[in-house]
Design a protein around this ligand. Sequence first.
Ligand code: C5P
Length: 235
Amino acid sequence: MPELSDLRPRLALALDVDDQVEAMRLARELRAWFAVAKVGLELFGAAGPEGVAQLLDEGYKVFLDLKLHDIPTTVGRCARVLGALGVSYLTAHAAGGAAMLRAATDGLAEGAAAAGLEAPGVLAVTILTSDAGAPPHVLGKRVATAVEARCAGFVCAAADVAEAKQLAPSLLAVVPGIRPLGIPSHDQARPATPAEALAAGADLLVVGRAVTAAADRTAAADRLVAELAGAGAGA
Ligand code: C5P
């Protein structure tokens, strides 16, 4: 049976709150289950680089989910700034094209090098769950764009992982929309259980409200890990 220590690096805690004090409360409480903290637009808008620094001090790897999408020059310059923060991952929209993603990977690497840090990876966002009208060929096209731009990985729904991994077996598959059995799907259009996501080939599971909105968060985190361990994850 896999240990929590095997699973923890594969679990990212989505800190979708607008207040750093609340984010740090969640981060400290759930530190034993999650090695990665995901900071989105909401929290970065509220707490910025200082908020990221606090999570790094707490021992988390930081996944900066800012979903960049602009002209390559602007994305590259922004990524250069963010690369110096010490984050491990940054998201950018694959729909922005290969030149834009490449600007993000180059910018991140430059910013990190200037700060004496290891280069973080760009994660290409494939299809937003809110984009119900995306035609089927779009997934493959966006994963191919991520490969071309030398991204570290891609973000997709659990249902899309198998197809995406066929095209890009060496890239990290990052999957949100995780709902353990019996947990409401909230606004997630294509949720999967943790076990389903892992079975599909997910490398990193992004977990938010299934744990953060639970009445007993540590019990919910325990159940999540038990469900994964029972499914043989990390074995
Ligand atoms: O639903 P949950 O709270 O687990 O959300 C975790 C992450 O999933 C969010 O931080 C967001 O980036 C992503 N998400 C998504 N589609 C939605 C809602 C959230 O991909 N409809």
